[in-house]
Design a protein around this ligand. Structure first.
Ligand code: FAD
Ligand code: SIN
Length: 503
């Protein structure tokens, strides 16, 4: 390896976690952010409902804590949850201080929405495009900070190590080719892995790259079987999954089957505002029971002004396909949405590999346990990325060299597309909302077969797609193996062949 570019702190990913870390760490040194697409392209930009924080008059961090623990079904790390909820109000203040604009009520207080699993209105939001606004604000703040340099269209391919420490990253930069970066610490903030499923709310960048990179250097990865499916995404045969925020149910939207029955009465006393795993499973059961392709979200009883004002993006999107929220039921199905597991970290984002940090959706801090509470994800990304940004100041000098033993060869893009499609079908059929022993065994053999096939294909010129596919295959292996190893039904993991009933 020849030329290195050195800085204090390296970040992979420019969603909320990556940029909140960069802005905090910039207090202690220079920062380079590598991101594989346009800077704003991230799950963060698509977040709709908002960010949870106990800022309402009747609310308290204790109540937020209780709801988070209940949703997590007994598997949350209580220390992590406490750090999350106690830091939530100051995290919102920080976002406001860098320019994020949230909705305020006529009383001059933050307007708070409600979502499933929350005992009260607690969701700070910017209409139904909160993520877009947050990403706008952090990108603008990064542009104002001279100590941060962003390389967009720069795809991290390998982590570099030296004497047991993670010391850098190799990246392919669209305009420059391969480049090597060294720093005192590396932050992986690469987001989710939804693209391993056929139907997902996640954008194209969510390809488990952080899992693939962390696995290369032996970082600990856990809880990947807790894959969250969002209950309400638009069902439209010709369109990609489009999220209909849970805040619509928080505002009074109800779920009906094609016969018009409000079927949540048959599943949970919290009805449409039960935690997400329960609502998604109920929809799945109802569709299977009635043999239908979808169920419906009914907002026809809500005021048209409220729908247009609170959910302008969704309203317009639906109108473009001739669905009027005040008149028509919205056809919906659950789709993959969020990975609760990931790279195991402590409360300052440290992994088990010295010098390597992780934050945001790629990390497993322990706050979500077996099921994430709605709108706790942006919050987790922010709180723990900032904590990591404070912690990295004590990392030693950057190494002068680094290397990697791993090299994943690119294969031809057409082959990569084929392998990825097969993976999507395999995961959707066998590792979805309801699992079985036979299905999981099929998924395990299938993923292994796909990895073998990848290895056997000839090397081709570099392109991002195949390396992402390889990362998705590695990530899928963790999901499947985690699901096979999990011998009790809990939270998002439900295997029909296990005896205990899900909560
Ligand atoms: P991301 O925002 O996904 O950023 C990851 C970054 O890493 C991207 O910039 C990507 O390009 C980059 N990257 C990945 N791999 C590489 C690589 N190899 N090299 C270089 N760069 C790389 N959560 C909430 O709390 N509230 C909500 O209302 C909400 N709504 C949502 C709606 C939708 C449609 C979706 C998809 C998610 C929603 N979530 C919500 C979840 C939440 O948005 C994400 O979990 C969160 O934004 C993750 O932030 P992050 O910074 O960890 O990752
Ligand atoms: C939504 O708006 O329903 C998504 C919220 C989340 O994923 O937390």
């Amino acid at each position: 390896m020849s030329e290195y570019q050195t800085c204090d702190f390296l970040v992979v990913g420019s969603g909320l976690a990556g940029l909140a870390f960069a802005l905090t760490a910039a207090e202690y040194g220079s920062v380079i952010v590598l991101t594989k697409g346009e800077v704003q392209e991230s799950n963060t930009s698509y977040a709709q409902g908002g960010i949870a924080a106990a800022v309402g008059e009747a609310d308290s961090w204790k109540l937020h804590e209780e709801d988070t623990l209940v949703a997590g079904a007994g598997l949350c790390d209580p220390k992590a949850v406490r750090a999350l909820v106690q830091n939530a109000p100051s995290a919102i203040q920080w976002l406001i201080s860098i320019g994020a604009k949230f909705d305020f009520g006529e009383d001059g207080m933050l307007a708070l929405g409600r979502e499933g699993g929350h005992g009260m209105h607690r969701i700070v939001h910017h209409a139904d495009k909160t993520g877009w606004e947050i990403e706008r604000a952090v990108v603008a703040a990064v542009k104002r900070e001279p100590r941060i340099t962003v390389f967009d269209h720069s795809f991290a391919t390998r982590l570099l190590t030296h004497e047991g420490r993670c010391v850098g990253v190799e990246a392919k930069i669209d305009t420059l080719g391969s480049r090597y970066f060294l720093g005192r610490a590396v932050m992986l903030a690469t987001g989710g892995c939804g693209r391993m499923y056929q139907h997902t709310t996640n954008p194209a960048v969510a390809t488990a790259d952080g899992i693939g990179l962390a696995a290369q250097v032996g970082a600990k990865i856990a809880n990947m079987e807790f894959m969250q499916f969002h209950p309400t995404t638009l069902y439209h045969p010709q369109m990609r999954s489009f999220l209909i925020t849970e805040a619509v149910r928080g505002a009074g939207g109800t779920l009906r089957n094609h016969l018009g029955r409000r079927f949540m009465y048959d599943y949970d006393e919290r009805l449409e505002l039960a935690p997400r795993d329960i609502v998604a499973r109920a929809i799945d059961a109802e569709m299977k029971r009635l043999g239908t392709w979808c169920v419906y979200l009914d907002t026809t009883h809500l005021k048209p002004e409220l729908l247009k004002h609170e959910f302008p993006t969704i309203y317009e999107k639906l109108l473009s396909i001739d669905i009027e929220m005040e008149k028509d039921w919205i056809p919906i199905v659950p789709a993959q949405h969020y990975s609760c597991g990931g790279i195991v970290t402590d409360l300052q984002g440290r992994t088990n590999i010295p010098g390597l940090y992780a934050a945001g959706e790629v990390a497993s801090t322990g706050v979500h346990g077996a099921n994430r509470l709605a709108s706790n994800s942006l919050l987790e990304a922010l709180v723990f990325a900032k904590a990591a940004g404070e912690a990295v100041g004590s990392e030693p000098e950057a190494a002068r060299e680094g290397s990697s033993d791993t090299k994943v060869k690119p294969i031809h893009e057409a082959e990569s597309v084929r392998l990825r499609r097969t993976l999507g079908r395999l995961m959707t059929a066998n590792v979805g909302i309801v699992r079985t022993n036979a299905g999981l065994a099929e998924a395990k053999a299938g993923v292994q077969q796909l990895l073998k096939e990848y290895e056997s294909l000839p090397e081709a010129a570099f392109s991002r797609h195949p390396l992402e596919t390889h990362n998705l295959l590695l990530g899928a292996q963790y999901v499947v193996e985690g699901a096979i190893a999990r011998k009790a039904n809990v939270g998002l993991h439900y295997n029909k062949d296990l005896e205990a009933k899900p909560n």
